[in-house]
Design a protein around this ligand. Structure first.
Ligand SMILES: *[C@@H]1O[C@H](CO)[C@@H](O)[C@H](O)[C@H]1NC(C)=O
Ligand SMILES: *[C@@H]1O[C@H](CO)[C@@H](O)[C@H](O)[C@H]1NC(C)=O
Ligand SMILES: *[C@@H]1O[C@H](CO)[C@@H](O)[C@H](O)[C@H]1NC(C)=O
Ligand SMILES: *[C@@H]1O[C@H](CO)[C@@H](O)[C@H](O)[C@H]1NC(C)=O
Ligand SMILES: *[C@@H]1O[C@H](CO)[C@@H](O)[C@H](O)[C@H]1NC(C)=O
Ligand SMILES: *[C@@H]1O[C@H](CO)[C@@H](O)[C@H](O)[C@H]1NC(C)=O
Ligand SMILES: [Zn+2]
Length: 430
């Protein structure tokens, strides 16, 4: 007690002395650090690929994985041996993570093949991971449960399917993913689907968003599954934002004007996101935040992206979607999941006008995502009164053409009767 009083006395004394000798006392001298916002609001990260590493390194065998261990120097998961490994519970706790969308990601090479089975395996391993660590993780499927889990000191754990190839052009599969607890789907990964273009097309287009692609968006709106526009082409971003009935998210994308990579969000789309009341969760990947190849990416680059979006459309539309475990290079200062706190400290210290407020930092940390998630649920509840599950079936011709472009022999992996024409006439279906 005496000790505390002594400390208080000393700081007041120093403050008074500072005033007397005319030293400028920083305005935030008695205020909080930026990372204190992570004690008053949950930090929600939009994208982590740990589950893919579990598949790559352990074939999803959780017996060989110790999540409660600091894995920094591990002989399989350590920084020296694995260039996309950044995640374990001790470091997540240090970084004050409140909730995470774990990505159920499967490689584009599985498209038109076993994408659905592999996706199910990834959903399964995420659920098993959450069940195995009940002291630290809690499975969450409703927006309101994020804050509840966080108050109980659990990292709310949601599932996002990364890539529309995972539904194999079937709304039935999409619906069942929702039943399994999937709460967002990224419309593409680094490959076009037969119904939506990925960022790889740059400003050009192959399909854009087709009629079936629009049906996918509407069905996601009806289900209450968040539409994730990271990875899609800029044209698809624009088209979806014109038609969606619910706010959208970018689970892990940064600002195109700051770093001209097509994975990032261009200014006109940022305006549309504001109008849509959605959220752009900023990606930390070195190559997406820094486009200058003559220097290395740093934490300041990520601060710059967040500040850019905040100053351009407002703090209500920014979030965090680091992409840990999905990429092989993170900026200096954001080396692993223990560093989120440094990012928030630095944001708060940014020399931007107007200065960041604690309330804004709480929004960026997680309140914006919760707002978007809630809004999607409200749309779901509203549509439930009038809409039935959609029964759209993709045109066999669209699948045919997409398979040809992907060098897959049309129809070779399908027996579904609506796609039978694939096998019949290769030439008449150009
Ligand atoms: C996992 O790691 C923790 C912390 O290092 C340790 O206490 C625990 O015994 C380990 N569990 C297993 C099953 O090896
Ligand atoms: C994890 O281990 C690394 C290397 O030993 C150490 O630098 C770091 O502080 C540890 N982190 C935590 C959260 O324990
Ligand atoms: C898209 O842009 C990248 C980088 O400029 C380039 O390497 C790639 O070939 C372009 N792709 C297309 C389809 O134009
Ligand atoms: C895709 O959309 C853009 C923008 O509306 C348009 O210019 C382009 O022609 C479309 N491409 C295709 C293949 O429909
Ligand atoms: C790229 O980085 C180098 C090294 O820091 C710097 O000299 C140069 O001005 C930067 N280029 C641009 C376009 O920012
Ligand atoms: C369809 O095309 C594939 C390869 O492109 C070929 O092997 C197959 O014989 C063709 N089928 C018909 C019915 O022409
Ligand atoms: Zn990704």
């Amino acid at each position: 007690m005496l000790y505390v009083n002594g400390a208080v006395f000393l700081s007041v004394l120093l403050f008074v002395i500072g005033l007397c000798v005319g030293l400028s006392v920083p305005t935030n001298f008695f205020q909080t650090k930026g990372s204190d916002a992570l004690d008053s609001a949950p930090l929600i990260d939009g994208h982590n690929d740990l589950a893919y590493n579990l598949y790559e390194l352990l074939n999803n065998n959780l017996d060989e994985f110790n999540f409660t261990k600091n894995l920094t120097d591990d002989k399989l998961w350590g920084t020296k041996v694995c260039d996309s490994c950044y995640t374990d519970l001790p470091r997540l706790r240090k970084g004050k993570l409140g909730a995470q969308f774990w990505a159920a990601y499967v490689d584009c090479s599985s498209q038109y093949k076993d994408a659905v089975q592999l996706t199910l395996r990834q959903i399964d391993v995420i659920k098993r991971l959450v069940a195995k660590y009940p002291d630290d993780l809690e499975f969450v499927t409703e927006a309101k449960n994020i804050e509840e889990a966080w108050k109980n000191k659990k990292i709310g754990s949601m599932i996002g399917v990364e890539g529309g190839h995972s539904i194999d052009s079937s709304l039935a599969v999409l619906r069942l993913y929702y039943e399994l607890g999937v709460r967002y789907m990224t419309l593409t990964h680094m490959c076009n689907t037969p119904w939506a273009d990925s960022s790889l097309v740059n400003d050009s287009s192959v399909h854009n968003l087709t009629e079936f692609g629009q049906a996918v968006v509407y069905e996601m709106n009806r289900l209450g599954m968040l539409v994730d526009l990271s990875h899609v082409s800029h044209n698809v971003m624009r088209h979806v934002l014109l038609i969606t009935k619910a706010p959208v998210m970018f689970s892990h994308s940064s600002a195109f004007t700051v770093c001209r990579n097509y994975r990032n969000v261009p200014d006109d789309v940022l305006h549309m996101v504001k109008k849509n009341n959605g959220v752009v969760m900023v990606n930390f990947y070195s190559n997406y935040v820094n486009c200058n190849s003559s220097r290395k990416a740093t934490i300041q680059d990520v601060v710059d992206h967040i500040n850019y979006i905040r100053n351009f459309i407002g703090a209500d539309y920014v979030g965090i979607g680091a992409d840990f475990d999905g990429v092989e290079s993170m900026p200096e200062g954001l080396e692993d999941v223990s560093k989120y706190t440094d990012l928030f400290d630095r944001l708060y210290e940014s020399e931007v006008e107007p200065r960041w407020t604690k309330e804004e930092l709480e929004k960026v940390a997680g309140r914006n995502l919760i707002r978007v998630f809630r809004a999607a649920e409200e749309v779901r509840d509203q549509l439930a009164k009038t809409e039935q599950p959609r029964q759209d079936i993709i045109n066999a011709r669209d699948i045919y053409q997409a398979e040809v472009m992907s060098n897959v022999q049309p129809g070779s992996c399908y027996t579904a009767k609506e796609w039978a024409p694939l096998k019949l006439n290769n030439n008449s279906q150009q």
